[in-house]
Design a protein around this ligand. Structure first.
Ligand SMILES: CC(=O)SCCNC(=O)CCNC(=O)[C@H](O)C(C)(C)COP(=O)(O)OP(=O)(O)OC[C@H]1O[C@@H](n2cnc3c(N)ncnc32)[C@H](O)[C@@H]1OP(=O)(O)O
Ligand SMILES: CC(C)C(=O)C(=O)O
Length: 564
């Protein structure tokens, strides 16, 4: 054997004036799921009929109208599954099932037999057309491979006729290894297959042009599809379908470009299950189109349930970073992303008006709610997070809206906790940190009870205060209970300088559980240089406000920032 470079770049496709780079996808292709065949044939433990049925029902619910359900001549399970679907009338009227076979008579006959009584079906036959396969797997010349394809097509047609399925059964032919085949040869072979099949419609005759193994870059797949469509004379009677594998990780890109190049039907599997590194991921391609405003007719509105069904029946877990479906697909851990997401939600309406687009949020190209995903998972807190993320979780999970100037302090407290403990903290811990640091904080200031006594439209009250362990009966007046308390303290001459600078309050919970949380910011220090926050939680809104004030006073005392 001579010495050659181990790998070489695939020869570019000779195409002049290619059109696909300037096109946009404005219309969805037709979708054909091959989960139950190509996906299934790649599982360590292929699916039983019961597993397949649950999966099939899910595909129907998503909206697939073409579903390849089995390779009936492969196994009893596959054959029986097709029989079960037909005999138990489990196929909706608008769904076409498809079954795959090699171009061998006994396999084709068994395949056609499996379809007895079906309402709408396709028999799908494949013949490899690459020289690699023809010469070295089959020991065939190109003419012999072509003859095999024609012969296989004839055998399918005759088997369909024999089984009385002519009115309900169409034909799909795949020149396997299309992208590794000589284009002139494969075009000539496909034309011969079409002539052998006879007159057809795009519904009853499909040419599926697969990248059986991804050996070329996506642009070359598109070039081949464009050239094929340009030169194939029966386009009006044929659906041009694509079927991309993912060996180089580009199946989605290759399929998108192939659709630009003229393919009108796309085969693949949910989450890309399939041989080796898998098939085109139909969920990703469809949701890519949806995210660009192209309706696909497919619905992934309950993605968590789809993930559960696929995992349960395939035995393969979905990667946490899997686009659209992974547990972490929409989760931000890092501070600047979290901050931008939070602000994006805050300004959602303005952003929409600015971009004239309903959904545009930093770091989220699609609304996770479209997939039935929970918002609280969008932001998770670890050492890479910042105050924006922390506040987002408090807002979304607990309905707690700390005032803006308190955010840096909350962020710093949480960061300190994580620096000490490491790892991720969940929302319960976050709430605990907030409670321990800011809410109902005890210290040298304590109020035991108060008696309200309004004077005109002003709130008045008498208070029993403990200041540094000493008991004081104080009175005060104001526009509300909080200002009356502040007045009582300030006029007593017992307190160092402070100014009530910030106050906010919100109710939490409902009905019997209803209570309030309040935040108070106190300006203190000789030059008012410190702003110290405290929070109060109580079933009574007045008491929550007073508790917030006392928390702030005790925190200021603990921090040593009270000065006369
Ligand atoms: C790219 C794809 O995914 S194609 C689909 C692949 N899927 C599967 O293979 C799953 C189901 N397959 C099976 O269960 C088995 O392969 C069967 C039942 C179809 C056939 O099994 P067997 O008869 O034992 O043969 P085996 O699988 O080893 O097939 C090899 C023979 O089929 C021939 N063959 C392979 N593909 C084709 C084809 N498309 N058309 C005609 N003959 C073919 C081979 O040349 C070889 O022939 P040889 O025995 O004369 O050398
Ligand atoms: C049968 C064909 C379409 C196939 O699965 C492939 O080429 O990958």
């Amino acid at each position: 054997m001579e010495s050659y470079p181990k790998y070489r770049y695939p020869d570019p496709v000779k195409i002049e004036n290619r059109q696909w780079p300037d096109r946009v996808i404005t219309q969805s292709p037709k979708w054909a799921s091959v989960d139950l065949r190509d996906g299934n044939q790649a599982l360590p433990e292929p699916m039983s009929p019961a597993h397949k049925l649950e999966y099939f029902n899910m595909l129907v619910k998503i909206g697939f109208k073409e579903i390849e359900v089995a390779f009936p001549s492969a196994s009893a399970d596959d054959y029986n599954f097709v029989r079960m679907l037909i005999e138990e009338n489990l196929i909706p009227d608008d769904v076409t099932i498809s079954v795959l076979t090699q171009a061998r008579k006994h396999l084709i006959d068994r395949t056609a037999e499996s379809l007895r009584g079906v309402k709408k079906a396709l028999i799908h036959c494949y013949v490899p057309t690459s020289d690699l396969h023809g010469r070295f797997v089959f020991n065939h010349s190109r003419d012999e491979v072509k003859a095999m394809a024609i012969e296989g097509t004839r055998m399918v047609r005759e088997a369909i006729e024999r089984e009385g399925l002519k009115e309900v059964c169409g034909y799909e032919f795949s020149p396997e290894e299309f992208t590794d085949s000589d284009l002139d040869f494969v075009l000539d072979l496909c034309c011969a297959v079409k002539r052998e099949w006879g007159p057809s419609t795009p519904e009853s005759f499909i040419l599926n042009l697969p990248a059986t193994v991804e050996r070329r870059p996506p642009n070359q797949y598109a070039d081949m599809i464009e050239l094929f469509c340009r030169n194939y004379p029966y386009l009006s009677e044929t659906a041009i379908s694509i079927h991309a594998h993912n060996d180089q990780g580009c199946a989605v890109a290759a399929s998108e470009l192939a659709v630009l190049a003229g393919a009108t039907r796309v085969e693949g599997t949910i989450f890309g299950h399939g041989e080796r590194t898998g098939n085109l991921d139909l969920a990703v391609l469809a949701l890519n189109l949806e995210s660009r405003g192209v309706p696909t007719g497919l619905s992934f509105s309950d993605m968590p349930e789809i993930v559960r069904i696929v995992e349960r029946n395939s035995g393969i877990e979905v990667h946490p970073r899997h686009p659209y479906a992974g547990d972490l697909a929409f989760t931000a851990f890092s501070g600047s992303h979290q901050d931008a997401i939070r602000k994006g939600f805050e300004h959602r309406a303005e952003i929409s008006d600015f971009f004239r687009q309903g959904w545009k949020i930093p770091y989220l190209h699609l609304d996770p709610a479209d997939l039935g995903r929970q918002y609280e998972k969008l932001i998770r807190i670890n050492s890479q997070s910042g105050k924006g993320g922390v506040v987002y979780v408090l807002e979304k999970e607990f309905g707690i809206y700390p005032p803006k100037s308190m955010h840096p302090e909350i962020g710093a407290v949480v960061q300190k906790y994580i620096d000490e403990t490491g790892g991720e903290i969940d929302s319960k811990i976050l709430r605990q940190i907030l409670d321990d640091t800011f809410v109902n904080i005890e210290g040298p200031y304590r109020m035991e009870n108060y008696q309200r006594a309004s004077v005109g439209d002003r709130s008045g009250a008498t208070f029993t205060w403990f200041i540094g362990g000493e008991k004081h009966e104080l009175t005060g007046q104001g526009n509300g209970p909080l200002s009356a308390v502040v007045h009582s303290l300030k006029s007593s001459g017992l307190m160092p300088f402070f100014k009530l600078e910030d106050f906010s309050e919100r109710s939490l919970g409902k009905d019997a559980d209803a209570h309030a949380i309040a935040f108070v910011g106190l300006r203190c220090g000789p030059d008012g240089e410190h702003l110290v926050y405290g929070a109060g939680e109580h079933s009574n809104i007045d008491r929550a406000a007073i508790a917030a004030l006392i928390s702030a006073m005790n925190r200021a005392a603990a921090a040593g920032v009270f000065h006369d």
